[in-house]
Design a protein around this ligand. Structure first.
Ligand code: MN
Length: 233
């Protein structure tokens, strides 16, 4: 039976799929913190293999590549974080590492947009990170590449440039926690479901953007992402 609603139900958030007119519906967005050693150091923490931690963004924070993101409110330190994104296609709970990749639909290039000043205040005061991380339009995501087309990328360049000036340049083989490990660990706490995206963490070189900046980035084998920072809302 189809439910009826007292207001119009929200639209299903989605991301593009490379080579397809159909889109991938987004259920949840998980993000891994501090998953490259050099980035952990630049954020003032020890990159030893402490267990990974996660934070989330709302599904409708996704933005297609090629779009514009207005400079968000309540910040004066708006940062980029280029990331490898994993799209979950098969549900699973307590997934063993050796089976983790069976749950992947595909991969994409994403940017974990961050209000760094609000994140810093949250860290200092022991408050949640949401206002620093989970704001509107904070999860740009380029078209997904299916496993059938792209395989399971475990090495390759990951980079980001602002106005063609390269700011982040690393290799996804430098992930402290690999994709199978991240999926397995996340699934110990949450039943992963089709439509979940996992942003796997950013390498060193994060920094600020201003209105008018053109941001580009990529991961070898997964294409590129581009967005423009618009005037403040
Ligand atoms: Mn991040």
């Amino acid at each position: 039976m189809t439910a009826s609603f007292v207001i119009d139900p929200p639209a299903t958030a989605s991301v593009a799929v490379d080579g397809s007119a159909e889109r991938f519906p987004v259920r949840r967005i998980f993000c891994v913190g501090r998953n490259y050693a050099a980035h952990a150091r630049e954020m003032g923490t020890d990159p030893d293999r402490e267990p990974p931690f996660f934070f989330t963004k709302p599904a409708d924070a996704v933005v297609d590549s090629g779009g514009a993101v207005p400079y968000p409110p309540e910040t004066s330190n708006f940062h980029f974080e280029i990331e490898l994104v994993v799209a979950i296609g098969q549900a699973g709970f307590r997934i063993p590492e050796g089976k983790a990749l069976d749950h992947v639909y595909g991969y994409a290039v994403g940017i974990d947009l961050t209000r760094r000043d609000l994140q810093g205040q949250a860290k200092d005061t022991g408050r949640p990170w949401d206002w620093g991380k989970a704001f509107d339009l904070s999860a740009p995501c380029a078209p997904l590449h299916t496993v059938a087309n792209a395989g399971h990328p475990a090495a390759g360049r990951i980079w980001l440039a602002v106005n063609d000036d390269v700011k982040q340049d690393a290799d996804i083989n430098e992930l402290i926690w690999s994709v199978p490990e991240i999926i397995s660990i996340c699934s110990q706490s949450m039943r992963l479901a089709p439509g979940d995206l996992i942003y796997t963490g950013t390498p060193a070189g994060v920094g600020p953007m201003v209105a008018g900046d053109r941001v580009t980035g990529g991961v070898d084998g997964l294409g590129e992402i581009a967005l423009t920072i618009g005037d403040p809302v």
